[in-house]
Design a protein around this ligand. Structure first.
Ligand SMILES: [Zn+2]
Length: 402
């Protein structure tokens, strides 16, 4: 049996936080936490759950940090040409980099080529990253030359057929039905997508011109997805900056999750999501790489805090941000992560206390705040996935240590 020692800080499944200064996690052969005991001397290390990135695009890792206008222009000039070439070559590097930043699971998009989705799935399985992979569905326009040659009806049928073949590969990494966003999909494609029982992920209300285009197809943006049966418990809607009060209420009632992506929203000048509306329901955080410039969920938490404070004078607390980055995302993807408790996977980050704190923390909230505002890859000493330590040697090299 393996033991992991340190100062435990974790949300619990009851909605509270647990802090144990001298904790020892006993990990069983199946990679789950068997029990949590006490043992002196682990105080230099903070044990916190691994992060869940609820929204990121694997092929866009290669274009992170390059500005090219606002959303629709950025997609056309930078993203679509990049994704058109992508067959999943960068998947391994993406997920290694995510692990280096403490991210152990998430909801991810490949390019619109089925090979890309399979390469992402294979990399996730090899590295032990859990969650969803989805191939973005597009028929109204497409960057794939083979599909662009077909008339719309035939293109729609081809995309549905490819989705069915990707869904057949479902395993530990689940396939998410992924309409890219309303503007890229015909109603026929959205309806077909909504008929599958698998999880759903897509974008909503990121920028005003996108919202007005979507509103031409329904009474509001969400209605276009509702009509197709896509708004449900296992669904993740990215951004939600310009949602109306009615749309927020309907998303909450459906049990859908909004993935809040503040680094991306700042980079593309999209706006600031209404966190008070979001926090009444299910909310998770996403890097939205490549509009988000890094795979660091620490950067995402800080951007959320700073953008809300600047906009409204109030900001989410460190507890809220850490919960959204861990257990919030885990609930969204239906994985038993985000709480370090007996029976759950020993999937966590080990942080160097001295890299975060100069001196002492006065309280649990003080310590959590330091983690949010001063944490990052520089402070991560180890990442465990199912009780196995991932080697985090360099930006491009992560592998299991036996
Ligand atoms: Zn996105």
């Amino acid at each position: 049996m393996r033991s992991i020692r340190g100062h435990l800080l974790t949300p619990t499944s009851r909605g509270s936080w647990r802090e144990e200064r001298d904790a020892v996690l006993h990990v069983g052969a199946d990679g789950r936490i068997e029990s949590i005991g006490r043992s002196a001397g682990g105080g230099r290390h903070l044990l916190v759950p691994g992060f869940v990135d609820a929204h990121a695009h694997v092929p866009q890792h290669a274009i992170c940090g390059v500005p090219a206008g606002r959303l629709l222009e950025w997609l056309r000039r930078l993203v679509f040409p990049r994704e058109a070439r992508d067959r999943g070559e960068g998947a391994e590097r993406f997920f290694r980099e995510a692990l280096r930043h403490g991210t152990v699971a998430g909801a991810f998009y490949s390019s619109a080529w089925p090979e890309s989705a399979e390469a992402c799935r294979a990399a996730m399985e090899r590295l032990g990253v859990r969650g969803w992979i989805g191939m973005p569905l597009m028929d109204l326009f497409t960057y794939r030359p083979d599909l662009a040659r077909l008339p719309l009806r035939a293109r729609t049928r081809r995309v549905i057929g490819e989705l069915e073949s990707v869904l057949r590969r479902d395993g530990r990494v689940r396939t998410a039905v992924t309409p890219r966003f309303a503007l890229s999909c015909s109603d026929e494609l959205l309806e077909a997508a909504g008929s599958f029982p698998q999880p759903v992920q897509t974008h909503i209300s990121e920028q005003p011109d996108e919202v007005s285009a979507a509103r031409r197809r329904g009474r509001d943006y969400l209605a276009v997805y509702e009509r197709a049966g896509l708004v449900r418990r296992e669904s993740i809607y990215a951004h939600g900056i310009w949602l109306t009060a009615s749309e927020w209420t309907r998303l909450r009632r459906a049990g859908a999750t909004v993935a809040h992506c503040p680094t991306s929203n700042l980079f593309l000048g999209s706006g600031v999501m209404d966190w008070k509306a979001a926090w009444k329901g299910h909310v998770a955080l996403g890097t939205d790489v490549g509009a988000g410039p890094s795979l660091s969920m620490y950067d995402v938490m800080r951007a959320s805090w700073a953008s809300h404070l600047a906009k409204s004078g109030t900001a989410p607390s460190a507890r809220m941000l850490l919960e959204a980055a861990t257990v919030g995302g885990a609930c969204a993807i239906g994985e038993p992560l985000g709480c370090l408790e007996p029976g759950r996977p020993a999937t966590l980050q080990v942080l160097d206390r001295d890299a975060i704190l100069a001196g002492e923390a006065d309280s649990l909230d003080d310590l959590l705040s330091r983690i949010v505002h001063r944490g990052g890859a520089h402070a991560i000493r180890a990442v465990y996935v199912d009780g196995k330590k991932v080697k985090l040697a360099t930006a491009s090299g992560a592998r299991y240590e036996s």
